[in-house]
Ligand binder design. Sequence first.
Ligand SMILES: Nc1ncnc2c1ncn2[C@@H]1O[C@H](COP(=O)(O)OP(=O)(O)O)[C@@H](O)[C@H]1O
Ligand SMILES: [Mg+2]
Length: 502
Amino acid sequence: MSEIIRFNSVTKKFGKVVAVNSVDLSIKSGEIHSVIGENGAGKTTLMHLLYGMYKPDSGKIFVRAKEVNFSSPKDAIKDEIGMVHQNFMLIDDFTVYENVVLGAEPHHFISFDREKAKRTVAKLAKEYKMEIDVNEIVGSLSVGLQQKVEILKLLYRNASILIFDEPTAVLTPQESETLFNTLRKFKAFGKTVIFISHKLKEVKEISDRVSVMRNGKLLDTFKNENLSEIDLAKMIAGREIQNPAAVSSKKGETILKINDLTIIGDKGIPAVKGLSLDVSRGEIVGIAGVVGNGQSELEEALVGMRKIANGKIEFKGVDIGKMSVRKRREFGIGYIPEDRIRTGLAPIASVLENVIMGHQNEREFSARLDFMKRKRARYFANQLVNEYRIVCKSVDEQVGTLSGGNMQKVVIAREFAHDVDLLIVSQPTRGVDVGGIEFIHKKILDMKKSGKAVLLISSDLDEILLLSDRIVVMYEGQIVHSTSTKDADLQKIGLAMLGMRS
Ligand SMILES: Nc1ncnc2c1ncn2[C@@H]1O[C@H](COP(=O)(O)OP(=O)(O)O)[C@@H](O)[C@H]1O
Ligand SMILES: [Mg+2]
């Protein structure tokens, strides 16, 4: 195989951050080449350099042995390079074929030749075995299908080098498998695929070669067959990573009983419909599902941020349906929201104030914060800062001035540190790097070990499988599948996530 792309000591800085640091990388024509690394390792930036979205500060990029100096993605596309981004760039009100040809429409004399557009797009989809109706409105499609539209856009523009940035983050297992078949098809047709991911299993499954990035540097490139998942994990993090050992603990009394719960969503229609679920002490119940199937409304109702329309929520034997958010906290419900920064923090308050927030009435810190108690609160805040490696000047710094990752840590630290009986955790590791994920997972398992109940809501199925004792799948506001993790069938879970019965 010949070389199709070469990066020669390419560097790109954003202010003081060296996002891509003197990277040398060679991609061969016709291979599937994965680039793997923690959040913030520089993968996306490296690809944006190739795609003409940024120019390198120094170094050279060669495509087909010719040095390139792209000013915009338009130039990259001319060189047959295409990229599917983490966030799709589609127009919801347009059909599939309209989105695909947008900006490069076929014409008949001076008018848009719709029939030709439809035919061309349908033919492309067929050639690559992508099942999709070109006349559908994009806004009504599943995420997996929208991704196909993005891919068709590239194929329509003749891309022969295809870059995928974390394409499976939003997909169900079946959709990922379909995507992989498409990637294999590209390879069979001689196209080159660059696949960015931080999921080791996938990288092992799909790649010919794998390059590992850490802190902006490209460490090395390996043949896939010479690597194990463990090797990869070690290289990505720069140290040994431990999968949390399955922690067995004794399941205790049922502590949360949700009965026939209906919740009206923002659009005025039911987001949760007659849902019933129990959670016991010493167990982790995982709620799997594609985002937007009622999970957020459910968690908001549980913590008291959203009214319930019907049904009952019982916690420690008490009907808490009408209790305030604050009362519920005091009664033992901890909450790590998905949008931790918006929902979980008071940005103008200090780190110290934020970590004791919601717990000021506890004996340990209260009594109008007399001197000793203030001292204790400060000591407590400093301990959390150390344990969670929160980067701040001091515990008196305003939370709103910390970086996003550190703001997240403040909420996570606070919720794990306080004594709760039930912890509701939503997407705990979204936007967190591999080392951080390991830490948070261990904390969640510790909660269970110490006899707390945990309700884990995550769209990352691997995370659900790794931590939960029981798994339920939500689809359109209902639980459509329920299983113990030890008997879990991935196929069934994936189908349930898409609302299909197996
Ligand atoms: N547009 C930008 N402005 C400032 N900093 C950025 C920008 N894009 C990326 N970075 C920083 O560059 C580093 C690498 O980021 P990125 O390439 O997105 O990593 P990855 O895709 O591996 O998660 C990170 O520290 C990130 O915060
Ligand atoms: Mg990225």
